[in-house]
Design a protein around this ligand. Sequence first.
Ligand SMILES: [Zn+2]
Length: 346
Amino acid sequence: MQKMMDALVKEAPGKGLTLKKMPVPEPGIGEVQIKIHKTAICGTDVHIYNWDAWSEKNIKTPMIIGHEYVGEITALGPGVTEYKIGDIVSGEGHIVCGHCRNCRAGNGQWCKDTYGVGVNRNGAFAEYLCIPKTNVILIPDGFSEDIVSFFDAYGNATHTALMFDVVGEDVLITGAGPIGMMAVGICRQNGARRIIVTDINQYRLNIAKQMGADAIVNLRHDKLEDAMKQVGMVEGFDVGLEMSGNGAALNQMLKSMRNGGKVALLGIAGPGTVIDWNDVIFKGLTLQGIYGRKMYETWYKLMAMIEAGLDLTPIITHRFHYTEYEKGFAAMNSGESGKVILDWTK
Ligand SMILES: [Zn+2]
């Protein structure tokens, strides 16, 4: 008889998710089965929950969603010798083709045929998940499972924050969502001089401050220029990390960069967003788009930074049992949240 499990499923187009019984996936050739311990809710999951235009276009229903998780290996498919039952693991959420030009160059994050766990194939908001062994990330002893549950997002933050050298540099982070909060800690640990964060959400700015920002600027009532003066800046930012997807924030960043500054873009600005190209061209700015994380170099770096003392616990604001997922999504939709973790162990 088919074994069944609980899973959070987008059953049909429209708002919301359904907690229902689904078949336990069995690992195919080269795959592992993971019993999920904890998951974290990503902004992408919120888009799918709310069913925005992006979801309408990209999600085929029914689909088990979720791609930020930690768990233990419970079964090995044929051909898997690298892992053993009981290994604590997370996983890279992009399942890539392995033979396109970028894949063969070690740039899987730019694969032209990528499949997203919890987006294009069944995901991790379930008691069990199967992924290819290539995507498994073995977690060494001593890591908090709460923190590991959002390593995928922490990977985005790491890849963005470390795209350009931040040692001794002044960094502007626009957007204090969970990735922006994590980027503050990463820049701090990697030797940034001054870090200023802008947003319009005071709750999230306060966590960014806790993560080590020198100044937080609530653009509802404060000016970035004033904060720059207060911390003693004279020329503009050396490195910009755009994490808001807001056109006004992006333009303010470009205006606030010093000549020759470098900008990493993770936030997805809406279609038709206009920037002043004078800022880019006459200032000689470098703009770099960021997608995912380096496969798999970023995973090694992000674990090493935790071992070196980076503390991400201030970012965790809510913990729920998976049956209380509605509360988790409500917290994410309220904006008064950092990372929201769902427990699948009890
Ligand atoms: Zn590929």
